[in-house]
Each structure stands twice: as structure tokens, then as C-alpha cells.
Write a protein that binds this ligand. Structure first.
Ligand code: MG
Length: 168
């Protein structure tokens, strides 16, 4: 059994006329995030961390933003497909830690729903998912309220090295 870590970073800008989806949960806010999918920045960062930990390519490789079949796709569906790839590599998730970087809205009231939503899609216990938030003290694009960034790390346990050579 080999333990591996992964990191994922994502950012999307706010846009009018879009729903704000974070971790598969709709957040009440006047603006949503722009993107080809539902622009769920938190779920994207987690997906990329999982892919990295399993030694796979980045999220854009599997889910290109010019694929019409992925237009407005729920990012929970993306993360379900990512978990299929991760499990085909012989890897299981140990834990995920994610941080949202934003000035507003406040995430605390939604934190438990977000953890529950992600746990359902990943098919792992909620106890293994941590979701937190921070501001950048009004600095930079998140500080100016232009968008939201997210960073995630994860730990996976993988069975053996031969599986890592599978071409996925
Ligand atoms: Mg993204």
C-alpha cells in the first residue's frame, strides 16, 4: 500500500445570471461563477487534487471546456467520474482538505451541507472531508470580489505500483 498526496487549485470569476454552486450546493448570492460547466470552483479543486494524487492528468484533460457534451455539467458528476478513474488506479481516498478563498458570501452556514454533498458524490465518509474558507483581507481578485478561488489537498492509499502504469 502506497500513500500519495495531491493538490488542486482553481479560480472562477463572478458572473450575472448564474447560480453559485460550491461543493454541489447552491449558495444564495446575487452572482454565480462563470464557466463551461456549473463552475463549481471547490469541486474542481478537489477533482484536480484527486487526479494528481492518483498520478493522472489535470481536470481539463478529462473534461475539456470546449466539449459541448460537458456544457453546464454538474461538477458532482465530474467528481464521480474522477473517483471512477482514481479507483481504477487502485486508489482509495484517505482524506480531503479544501479551502475556499473569497470575500463573500459566508460559507459557514453551508459548510455541513457542502461536506455532505461532496461525501455523497465521492462515496467517502463526511469525516474525511474538511471544507474551510478564508478571505484575502480585500487584496487581489478575491479581495475585490471579482471571483472565488479554491485550493484542495488530498491523501490517497494506492495498492501497488503496477496499477499506476495503466493508461487511463
Ligand atoms: Mg474550474
Amino acid at each position: 500500500m502506497k500513500i500519495r498526496t495531491g493538490i488542486g487549485i482553481d479560480a472562477h470569476c463572478f458572473a450575472e445570471g448564474r447560480r453559485l454552486m460550491l461543493g454541489g450546493v447552491e449558495i444564495e448570492h446575487p452572482l454565480g461563477l462563470a464557466g463551461h460547466s456549473d463552475a463549481d470552483v471547490l469541486t474542481h479543486a478537489i477533482a484536480d487534487a484527486l487526479l494528481g494524487a492518483a498520478g493522472l492528468e489535470d481536470i481539463g484533460h478529462y473534461f475539456p471546456d470546449d466539449d459541448p457534451g460537458l456544457k453546464d455539467i454538474s461538477s458532482l458528476e465530474i467528481i464521480r467520474r474522477v473517483m471512477e478513474l482514481v479507483r481504477r488506479r487502485g486508489c482509495e481516498v484517505g482524506n480531503i482538505d479544501a479551502v475556499l478563498v473569497l470575500e463573500e458570501p459566508r460559507i459557514a452556514p453551508y459548510r455541513e451541507r457542502i461536506r455532505s454533498s461532496l461525501a455523497g458524490a465521492l462515496e467517502i465518509p463526511e469525516a474525511d472531508i474538511s471544507v474551510r474558507a478564508t478571505t484575502t483581507e480585500m487584496m487581489g481578485f478575491t479581495g475585490r470580489g471579482e471571483g472565488i478561488a479554491a485550493c484542495a489537498t488530498c491523501l490517497v492509499e494506492c495498492a501497488g505500483s503496477i496499477i499506476m502504469e495503466m493508461d487511463l
